[in-house]
Design a protein around this ligand. Structure first.
Ligand code: ATP
Length: 300
């Protein structure tokens, strides 16, 4: 039996900016956001074998579905049906990214499966084709295919890559609540949204301007999620009180991140938060292709 196997890193994403200018007629949101990836990652092992076409997902997390509801399963199914592949696919996810946290864990796992199968099956799909497929799974999956700081618009499929962020350390705090993305998106009132200046953030990144980035980090969904979970407002306040230069919520929440210039300051912020929040990480922004040269490891 021909068995091929690979291990893929699936980094978490953070929204440095998140805005939605309007709603499309089909109900999906138009996005205007800046996304980056950080060195907190799931590990996705993908093995193809035999020809019974079965997709099996296992994880080391008790909280995840292991059937067609798992986004990694959906990615494998999509690629196999689109390209008529009949191999069985075994996927094992070693979970490190908090679930339902606004850090795109499921999306990044799905993107990892797309990259891995593209390579294992020698499909040679370019980034644009992979991103188009990725959008059928979820709005954040196209970004996660590249996992490199980008300005993302459209329904999530228009990705303009940005230069590396100015040097920074990021404190991530995940309160002990899970937020359902659809329940937050349903609450957006387009007549009330106070839009973010995403262009100013893009310009600050292009100038490598740390202060400019800190001044323009914004998420228009923060008021919606914080109304339901006031702990988010509290965490943001604590982050800045302990010395973060900016603090904001990622995605639909509840994860809050704080930006610091120095590692020592980030560690100080993290120590200060540990009394309020059990899950706190100090991370750095990464770019999948340049910082994770070992992101895909052929095993056999
Ligand atoms: P996003 O910000 O992209 O909306 P999120 O970070 O808030 O996502 P995820 O961790 O991706 O949230 O999980 C959202 C939902 O997706 C959960 O209900 C979870 O059960 C489901 N899910 C499906 N597959 C996965 C996966 N591989 N990893 C994590 N969650 C998954």
């Amino acid at each position: 039996m021909n068995v091929t196997e690979t291990l893929e890193k699936a980094p978490a994403k953070l929204n440095l900016s998140l805005d939605t200018p309007f709603h499309h007629h089909d109900g999906s949101e138009e996005w205007d956001m800046v996304l980056t990836s950080v060195d907190l990652a799931d590990y996705v092992a993908i093995k193809t074998l035999g020809r019974n076409g079965r997709i099996k997902v296992t994880t080391d997390s008790g909280f995840l579905p292991n059937d067609h509801r798992n986004l990694a399963y959906q990615a494998a199914h999509l690629l196999a049906t689109t390209y008529g592949r009949k191999e069985a696919i075994n996927i094992h996810i070693e979970k490190h990214i908090p679930v339902a946290a606004g850090m795109g864990g499921g999306s990044s796992d799905a993107a990892a499966v797309l990259r891995a199968l593209n390579r294992l099956w020698e499909l040679n799909l370019d980034q644009e084709t992979l991103c188009k497929l990725a959008l059928q799974i979820d709005a954040d999956v196209p970004y996660c295919v590249c996992s490199q700081t980008a300005h993302v618009t459209g329904r999530g499929e228009i990705i303009s890559q940005l230069p590396k962020l100015p040097a920074m350390w990021i404190v991530i705090a995940k309160p002990k609540i899970s937020v359902s993305t659809p329940s937050i998106l349903r609450r957006i009132n387009y007549t009330e949204v106070q839009h973010a200046d995403t262009q100013a953030l893009v310009a600050a990144i292009q100038r490598n301007d740390y202060d400019g980035v800190c001044e323009t980090v914004e998420n228009v969904l923060t008021p919606i999620t914080s109304r339901l979970y006031p702990t988010i407002t509290h965490l943001k306040e604590q982050m800045t009180r302990f010395g973060a230069d900016a603090a904001e919520m990622s995605g639909t929440g509840p994860t809050v991140f704080g930006i610091c210039r120095k590692q020592s300051r980030a560690q100080h912020v993290a120590n200060g938060l540990s009394g309020f929040c059990r899950e706190v990480h100090v991370v750095r922004p990464v770019s999948l292709h340049t910082d994770f040269e070992q992101s895909s490891t052929p095993v056999r």
